[in-house]
Design a protein around this ligand. Structure first.
Ligand code: FAD
Ligand code: DLZ
Ligand code: SF4
Length: 508
């Protein structure tokens, strides 16, 4: 049989299920750069350039393996994925079926379910086996849980995949070494320079096209230096494992004036698009630990992000969609301030995090969670607007991973599915984790008054506004108790100060 295999932009792996048993003798591969996918949010130019360059290079590889390839570039003006498939079927009426790997977004999954009727040939959607936990396995786990805590999911994954295990015991005797991780940044360590990949001809063409077609999207492509094929991604990973992994744990939660990336992996974009495989990344990290070149706490912490958090959030997404996207525990509805799209705020931590997100399409976890996400939670910013912002902003953003992290983890809007308490914090936390406050006109030690760090009064206002429901949470008891003990006039002046900050949020 002759198959038309559609390959989405984030499925660029020969191990993906629609390709793993394909043959150049019978199958044609279709790739499509389409406005439908490139403009449903205002994606960062880095994300579009990365994906289009990686698609074009993967398609070249397919041609050199002997596949016939139909590639629609964005300037051919084919608007939708369906149109690309239809156009191919009409011009070459030789195919018995359309095959593809399942998409990572509910919106697209639903749409594809309607394709067979419109195409007149069967449309076979394969489960994405690039993930280490299948939908069935996650459901079997989730159905047994009262609460969906990541830590227990993670232990099961460690055992099942036999990662960092000595027989049936976790290496070193503990599952989790975070107590040894997470220092603040005091600018005492030298951060090695990352490999930068020279812009090849394909990538340069794509960059020019993206500048032309998506000029109103965020992103400064003069700074583009991401890997755009699997070989480059492996070189990037090798450098990370050698030079950055040993300090990954120590600075995992740090915030630094001097660095946008610290000791993080910068691999989410490659994992999510298919240029790196999660199991391979974990094996390489474990091998570094076993060879004595990376400490256990760093290696365990890193592997937990990949076989733990990454698989867990994907499971949560598919288990709870479509309802998940509608949740809004704290009824947050305030419009996102315009400086989310410019970085023009005096709050130094937010200015730095947003500015680098706009410019490069990257921010590390603590910037996403405790700087931007925490502010959004405390200020009660609209859940859907904030989620769309994250989906647009980051080079690694697809809804399966963006939504649980934003709506669930950062905004705590999922009725407690992901986290047993909100990740809400005052300026004190940000001051402890790094050195932004020293460059900030605001003071993290003050709660009210023109110099007070806005996070502080907004934090207490959040506690105050949701006092009844937060008091029912045993993990919030200490904080809600502290708040209740304060004098009524003191509480009132803090909440009032926070209210007027929200009224003039644009100018903070
Ligand atoms: P590292 O810190 O080096 O971690 C290594 C890898 O572990 C990451 O590449 C990623 O694959 C995985 N990982 C770590 N934490 C998580 C997590 N919480 N969920 C899933 N995978 C994780 N990650 C995305 O891939 N896409 C997103 O759109 C995304 N949106 C986020 C939004 C918010 C509000 C928050 C708080 C987190 C989000 N994350 C997202 C998770 C995490 O912040 C990024 O995976 C990470 O910052 C990517 O950078 P890195 O490769 O340097 O990660
Ligand atoms: C994110 C994205 C962008 C920007 N452009 C395309 C595209 O032109 N063609 C395509 O096939 N996919 C694109 N994607 C990814 C999809 O929007 C979607 O997020 C994933 O395919 C879900 O798995
Ligand atoms: Fe951020 Fe507040 Fe510190 Fe300024 S003082 S950098 S706003 S935490």
């Amino acid at each position: 049989t002759k198959r038309l295999i559609l390959i989405l932009a984030d499925q660029l792996s020969w191990q993906q299920p629609a390709l793993s048993d394909s043959s150049p003798d019978t199958d044609t591969l279709v790739f499509a750069e389409v406005a439908q996918e490139a403009t449903y949010v205002r994606h960062n130019k880095h994300k579009i350039a990365f994906l289009f360059a990686a698609m074009r290079k993967f398609a070249d590889q397919a041609r050199s393996k002997g596949y016939s390839v139909r590639y629609f570039t964005i300037d051919q003006q084919v608007k939708t994925l369906l149109e690309a498939v239809q156009t191919t079927l009409v011009s070459q009426p030789i195919f018995d079926a359309v095959h593809l790997c399942e998409p990572g977004e509910y919106r697209l999954k639903r749409e594809i379910e309607t394709w067979a009727d419109q195409l007149g040939v069967p449309c076979v959607v394969h489960e994405d086996r690039r993930f280490l936990c299948s939908h069935t396995e996650f459901k079997a786990w989730a159905d047994r849980q009262k609460t969906f805590r990541m830590e227990y999911f993670y232990r099961g994954m460690r055992k099942r995949l036999n990662v960092l295990m000595d027989d049936d015991q976790p290496v070193g005797g503990q599952w989790n070494y975070d107590a040894d991780n997470r220092s603040g940044w005091r600018n005492k360590d030298v951060i090695p320079k990352r490999i930068e990949f020279p812009i090849d001809a394909t990538t340069q063409t794509v960059i020019n096209t993206v500048e032309q077609c998506f000029s109103d999207h965020p992103g400064d492509l003069t700074q583009f230096s991401y890997a755009t094929d699997a070989t480059q991604a492996q070189a990037h990973l090798a450098q990370f494992i050698q030079n950055f992994l040993p300090r990954f744990g120590q600075y995992q939660d740090a915030l630094a004036e001097e660095s946008t990336t610290l000791f993080h992996g910068l691999i989410g974009l490659y994992l999510n698009a298919g240029l790196l495989e999660p199991a391979d990344v974990c094996h390489q990290a474990e091998a570094a630990y076993r060879a004595g070149s990376a400490p256990l706490a760093a290696t365990e912490g890193f592997i937990r992000q990949i076989i733990g958090w990454r698989e867990y959030v994907r499971g949560i997404y598919w288990y709870h969609m479509p309802r998940y996207a509608t949740l809004n525990t704290w009824n947050a509805a305030r419009p996102v301030p315009s400086w989310f799209w410019s970085g023009n705020t005096q709050m130094r931590c937010l200015h730095k995090s947003i500015q680098q997100s706009l410019a490069t399409g990257y921010a590390h976890h603590i910037q996403r969670l405790m700087v931007i996400g925490n502010f959004s939670l405390l200020a009660g910013l609209s859940v859907s607007e904030v989620c769309d912002w994250y989906l647009a902003m980051y080079v690694d953003a697809y809804e399966w991973v963006e939504l649980p992290n934003t709506l669930g983890m950062a905004l705590n809007a999922d009725d407690g599915i992901m986290a047993s308490k909100p990740y809400a914090a005052s300026g004190k936390y940000i001051a402890k984790q790094g050195n932004h406050c020293q460059q900030c006109p605001y003071d993290p030690k003050l709660t009210t008054g023109p110099k007070a760090c806005p996070y502080n009064s907004l934090y207490w206002r959040f506690i105050d506004r949701h006092l009844d429901s937060l008091s029912k949470n045993p993990r919030m008891g200490l904080i809600t108790g502290q708040w209740r003990k304060r004098a009524a006039d003191e509480r009132e002046s803090i909440v009032q100060w926070a209210d007027q900050l929200l009224d003039r949020m644009e100018s903070l």
